[in-house]
Design a binder for this molecule. Structure first.
Ligand SMILES: [Zn+2]
Ligand SMILES: [Zn+2]
Length: 409
């Protein structure tokens, strides 16, 4: 062989050996990755956040939550008369240990939750601060939609008693199940049986900083809130030396001042001040003042509360942020509080570690596919299909024949 040919062969071997070595190195790494962590769309790769360098916005399922990190996502921050920009109240809390919790499921929150494409098999714990529709209106919608989209075990609802049994969380769920009897009956059997169940954990609304949930290193406590009638509460979640407080709806109260202390993130309503509320609804000043300063917490009062408890981050919510409303809320808060502050909008994302608190917005698609279901969901027991009556079946038009059913696997 000539020297030229030999040198070409050597070059080729060198090239291919580099390629082969690269392939051998990559293959075990690729196998070590979970097939689709957290229902990440195919073609994307979740990355670790190094040295607190987060992307400017949060793209769902593209960041690996640190083992010591908490991520809080506002799913709804608005009013009962929701808008596309601000649906009713709900927060999602995700922890580095894999646990996920929902605080309130106000009407409209479901589309924002689905826009995150969560793994619904892991999203089965809901905490209700009180039973206003802007805090629990999407509970049944969540129950059904998550049952369709990966949840094959019961959903758990933790909520307060009321001053009478019929005003408590248990009665609320029983009433909902009666109201949705037809819906539940149509899906039962076709969907995983256990996913159709709702487990209610009703606790005393009067208990003060008492544990309502404790598992896997996570402790959630409740204390009373002052809001319209007896039966509203606030929650504090503690995990791994981090504390998140979810205020629900409340007039400024002693319990929050006491038990929200040392919170890393303290969320509390910062309602529209009377003048802005009157303009927003077209109400009289008397009605707006009553609602804003007797039933809820106006921005100046929110600021006073936060000045007392001094969280690492104060989060205000429960308004519709237009430029004027935002200015009115900010003016009020800043009269009485000069600490770290975020006025949450829908899909505000807060990452919390012992060293860093980062506030961003999520970037989501308008049209988003539901998350993939797991094999465990597909394999979960289903009792049977069901059929309408003969009278109804006999009404089927003979002009159409459906394709044959594929064999069940
Ligand atoms: Zn309320
Ligand atoms: Zn409310």
């Amino acid at each position: 062989m000539s020297g030229i040919i030999k040198s070409r062969i050597r070059t080729l071997l060198t090239k291919y050996s580099v390629f082969l070595v690269a392939l051998l190195m990559v293959a075990p790494l690729a196998q070590a990755q979970p097939a689709n962590p957290d229902n990440m769309p195919l073609g994307r790769q979740a990355v670790e956040i190094v040295d607190g360098k987060y992307p400017a916005t949060y793209f769902p399922n593209t960041e690996i939550l640190g083992a010591d990190e908490m991520r809080i996502t506002a799913l709804g921050t608005g009013m009962p008369n929701q808008t596309r920009a601000a649906v009713s109240i709900s927060y999602l809390v995700e922890l580095g240990n894999g646990d996920k919790f929902l605080f309130d499921t106000g009407s409209g929150m479901l589309a924002n939750l689905f826009s995150l494409r969560p793994d619904f098999s892991k999203l089965d714990k809901v905490f209700a601060s009180h039973l206003h529709v802007d805090h629990v209106g999407d509970f049944m919608a969540l129950h059904i939609a998550s049952w369709l989209s990966g949840r094959y075990t019961p959903i758990h609802l933790y909520g307060p008693t009321g001053s009478k049994p019929e005003l408590g969380t248990k009665a609320f769920v029983e009433g909902m199940q009666k109201g949705y009897a037809w819906d539940i009956a149509t899906r039962s059997g076709a969907l995983p049986d256990a996913g159709g169940l709702i487990k209610v954990h009703e606790f005393d609304y009067l208990q003060e900083n008492v544990i309502v949930y404790q598992e896997n290193g996570v402790t959630i406590r409740s204390w009373p809130a002052i809001h319209s009638l007896d039966g509203a509460v606030s929650f504090g979640l503690e995990w791994n030396g981090l504390k998140y407080v979810f205020g629900g709806d409340t007039y400024p109260n002693n319990w929050y001042i006491e038990y929200a202390k040392n919170a890393d993130v303290a969320s509390h309503e910062a309602f529209l001040p009377p003048k802005a509320l009157a303009a927003y609804f077209g109400w009289s000043m008397a009605q707006a003042t009553y609602v804003s300063t007797r039933i809820h917490t106006e921005p100046q009062a929110f600021g006073k509360v936060m000045s007392q408890i001094k969280p690492r981050l104060a989060v205000g919510y429960h308004s519709v942020q237009s430029p004027e409303n935002n200015a009115a809320i900010m003016d009020g808060v800043r009269k009485t509080y000069d600490g770290p502050l975020a006025l949450a909008r829908d899909l505000t994302v807060i990452n919390v570690t012992k060293d860093i608190i980062r506030v961003r917005m999520a970037t989501v698609d308008e049209y988003v596919l539901p998350p993939n279901v797991t094999k465990a969901y597909l394999d979960a027991p289903r009792s049977d299909d069901k059929s309408p009556s003969k009278i109804i079946l006999d009404g089927k038009w003979k002009g159409y024949t459906p394709p044959p059913m594929p064999k069940k696997q």
